[in-house]
Structures are given as structure tokens and as C-alpha cells.
Design a protein around this ligand. Structure first.
Ligand code: ATP
Ligand code: MG
Length: 420
């Protein structure tokens, strides 16, 4: 029997499909206000696109990637995130910077499925390349906040931000963490013991209870900021205050990937259980050059469409139909032409191929049609139709050649697009 989707994947039906497209469409429209250009990369890449960028200590690289050899023996990976693929695009196509790129689509990670966590999920993704200025960070966070407001979820989601500083800061902080955590090496969870060698910053991410106690006494990154790092971070926090964007500085926030520096941030909620992050991102000034591009400071973030959909109350505003009610053989034949004409004029038409006047009227009511068009032999010969406003129950006779205008009069200002 073929009666199951793959674990962690979902079909999208009807209202949910509209809701999904609404999130994508809104994100794309708002991104364009900030000068983003849309791009779409393939959903799979050569595996090294990800292995050379995300870092050996990341969960994605270690356990979450869908990787396989294709029939030509090439190692292929379904994209687990967008940044690496967009960086590949930037370098390969030699795009001029500064440039801002928006993309959206599916991403794949082998994780334990739960609410807000799927194996095929979808992201909206924003990357700004070629700008060193902290204003770029502020602008990107503003865009994220703008989206939340547009989705009506800005009250349930709050911004957590941190700075990892520059190379010098991260280097010194890493050493300090290693010497601190080494003292507790045997008490740390297995994951954290592994991270101690590969990427000690990631230990700060740990959800393990004993780890957390140890972490509470760990050195603070703020004690390791260089003057430049501190000033960069302060300019961003200042900008957020001026723009009235509330934030909390969370000095344990390091994000899962190796490529971040300076700004890292998450927009988090308490409404999705343990899947708290709705948007997440940060600055990655050295990634492009590390994969063979020229030095290109950059900052980006990604949002989970499913998580936004869980939080938003967006209701599909479905347009109400024009229902055709032909009476008799001639009228029945004319109905096809009429339906065609109305649809070509952008109207949503319900036309059942058969049925009595009574069953057709019932159907029009059930479908919550706004307009019924009733016509039989008499109307055909006088080139007229009866038009009924289904809300008011009012019926009148109109000229056949005036039909589009008459229908619009019944809809008045209330007509919505079929889409949203
Ligand atoms: P988490 O901590 O929840 O695993 P993450 O740090 O791995 O998130 P990112 O790689 O930053 O997530 O991805 C950006 C956003 O994509 C997340 O904030 C979340 O909204 C969404 N996301 C990530 N993984 C999944 C998933 N498996 N299913 C649904 N949405 C996801
Ligand atoms: Mg994850």
C-alpha cells in the first residue's frame, strides 16, 4: 500500500497551502522594500558546499544531512540550509557586491520530528553581502521585526542577541573556555566533551542539566571583547534602541554554525514548546573568502515557515463565487460559453454540469456564492439574464451584454482576489 508520507514530511492542502504561500509572498514583498533581489538555488548541491562551510562541530554536519551518491558517483546533499548554497552562487556567478539576496524553499535535515520540527521544512532566507557597517546588522534585524509585525506575531516573539566579537575575541574566549571546561571534563555530557575539542563555544548551547550548572560559572564573552568588537556591538544595540526594537542580550547565544562572528541573534517564542527559534542568523564576514571568494563581509538570517504558520492566525479570505443556474437544454449549452467569458474576466465561477433549479440553488447556497445567474429560454431569446444577490435575496433582470458590470455592482467593494 502507498498510504504514507515519509516521516517528518507533510502534504500541504487547501487553506494551509494558501497560508504557506502567504508567508513566502509577504516575505518576498517586504524583502524587496529593503532592496533584496530574489534568487533560487537548486535543492541539492555537491556535498562539499556544506561540509566546507558549516563546520565539523555543527549538528547539521554531524547528524542531520541527507547525503547520497548519485548514479555518477558524485556525493550530493539535499540543502540543510540556504547560506552555504547562496554563498556558492555568489562566488560562482561572481556577483557584484554589495548585494542583498532573498530566497525561499525547502530545506532537509534528518532530525526527530515534532511540532515545529520536520525533516523537510521550509525557510525564508535573507543574506546581505559586502557591507561591513553595523547599520547592515540593524537593518536586517529591522526587516525581521517588520516581518513579525506583518504576520501579527510580534507580541509573541522576542529578540535575543549576542556578539561573538572578532577573530581575536573568539580566539581568546575559546582558550578561556577550554581551560575552564577542562576542569569539569568528566562531568560534562558526552556531546559537550566532544565539543570541548572541536568547538567549545557550542557547549554554551547545551540543554543538559549538569552542563548548565557548569556553564553558569563559565567565563563571559563580554570580558574578551576587543575595543573594536565592543564598539561594533554597542552601535547595533544603540540602533535597535533608536528603532524601538526590544531585545535581550544573551551571552550564551552562540548559534550552531562555525562561520559566525560579531552579531548573532534569534527571534524566539515560548509558544512552540522547545522549538523556540522562529528566525535566526548572524554575521559571517569570513565565510565567502574561506571558500575561495574575495573578502566579503556578510550578514543573514533564516526563518522557519512552518513555525511562522503555527503562530500566525492568518485566515484565507476566499472569494465568493458567481453560480450559474441554467434552465433547459439551450441554456445548459450557453452556460459553458458564459462560464468561460466570466472566468476570462477574472471571476470565480461555479458551474455544475447538470441539476434542477432547486438543487442548483441549494448548491449555490452551500457554496456561499455571492451571485447567482439564472437563465432559461425566455432570457436567451430576449438576451437577458436574472441576477440574484445571494445575501440580499434580491433578483433583477439585466442585459446579457452588460453582464460583467452588473456582477461587479453586486460585489461592490467586497470582492477579494481568489488568492489572498
Ligand atoms: P533549532 O535550534 O530549532 O534546531 P536551528 O538553529 O537548527 O534551530 P537554523 O539553522 O538557524 O535553525 O534555521 C533557521 C530557522 O529555521 C529556525 O529558527 C527555525 O525556525 C527553522 N528550522 C530549523 N530547523 C527546522 C526543522 N527541522 N523544522 C522546521 N523548522 C526548522
Ligand atoms: Mg537545529
Amino acid at each position: 500500500m502507498i498510504n504514507q508520507t515519509v516521516r517528518g514530511t507533510k502534504d500541504l492542502l487547501f487553506d494551509e497551502w494558501y497560508r504557506f504561500k502567504y508567508v513566502q509572498q509577504t516575505a518576498s514583498e517586504i524583502s524587496s522594500l529593503y532592496g533584496f533581489l530574489p534568487v533560487e538555488t537548486p535543492i541539492f548541491e555537491y556535498t562539499e558546499v556544506f561540509t566546507k562551510t558549516l563546520g565539523d562541530s555543527s549538528d547539521i554536519i554531524n547528524k542531520e544531512m541527507y547525503t547520497f551518491n548519485d548514479k555518477g558517483g558524485k556525493s550530493i546533499t539535499l540543502r540543510p540550509e540556504f547560506t552555504a548554497a547562496v554563498v556558492r552562487l555568489l562566488v560562482e556567478k561572481k556577483l557584484q557586491t554589495p548585494i542583498k539576496l532573498f530566497s525561499t524553499g525547502p530545506a532537509f535535515r534528518y532530525e526527530r520530528p515534532q511540532k515545529g520540527r520536520q525533516r523537510q521544512f521550509h525557510q525564508i532566507n535573507f543574506e546581505a553581502f559586502g557591507v561591513e557597517d553595523p547599520k547592515a546588522d540593524i537593518e536586517l534585524i529591522t526587516l525581521a521585526q517588520h516581518l513579525l509585525t506583518e504576520f501579527g506575531i510580534d507580541k509573541n516573539v522576542r529578540l535575543e542577541i549576542n556578539s561573538l566579537g572578532d577573530g581575536e575575541t573568539i580566539g581568546k574566549y575559546r582558550e578561556a573556555l577550554i581551560s575552564y571546561f577542562k576542569k569539569f571534563q568528566n562531568d560534562l555530557s558526552e556531546d559537550s566533551q566532544n565539543r570541548l575539542i572541536k568547538n567549545p563555544l557550542r557547549i554554551l548551547d547545551s540543554k543538559d542539566k549538569t552542563d548548565k550548572e557548569i556553564i553558569s560559572g563559565a567565563p563571559k564573552i563580554s570580558d574578551y571583547y576587543t575595543k573594536k568588537s565592543l564598539s561594533f556591538f554597542e552601535q547595533i544595540l544603540n540602533g535597535l534602541t533608536i528603532l524601538d526594537i526590544p531585545y535581550t542580550v544573551n551571552d550564551k547565544l552562540v548559534r550552531g554554525l562555525d562561520y559566525y562572528c560579531h552579531t548573532v541573534f534569534e527571534f524566539v517564542t515560548e509558544d512552540l514548546g522547545s522549538q523556540g527559534a522562529v528566525f535566526a542568523g548572524g554575521r559571517y564576514d569570513n565565510l565567502v573568502s574561506s571558500v575561495g571568494g574575495k573578502h566579503t563581509p556578510a550578514i543573514g538570517f533564516a526563518g522557519g515557515i512552518e513555525r511562522v504558520m503555527e503562530l500566525t492566525n492568518y485566515l484565507v479570505k476566499e472569494e465568493r463565487a458567481v453560480c450559474l443556474i441554467p434552465i433547459g437544454k439551450e441554456a445548459e449549452e450557453h452556460a459553458l460559453t458564459l462560464a468561460n467569458e466570466l472566468r476570462r474576466n477574472g471571476l470565480y465561477v461555479i458551474y455544475e454540469y447538470s441539476g434542477t433549479l432547486k438543487t442548483r440553488m441549494r448548491k449555490a447556497n452551500q457554496a456561499d456564492a455571492k451571485v447567482a445567474l439564472i437563465f432559461g429560454d425566455e432570457e436567451l431569446s430576449s438576451k437577458t439574464l436574472k441576477i440574484k444577490d445571494m445575501d440580499l435575496g434580491e433578483e433583477k433582470t439585466i442585459a446579457r451584454n452588460n453582464i460583467i458590470k452588473s456582477i461587479h455592482q453586486v460585489y461592490g467593494q467586497n470582492r477579494k482576489s481568489r488568492f489572498w
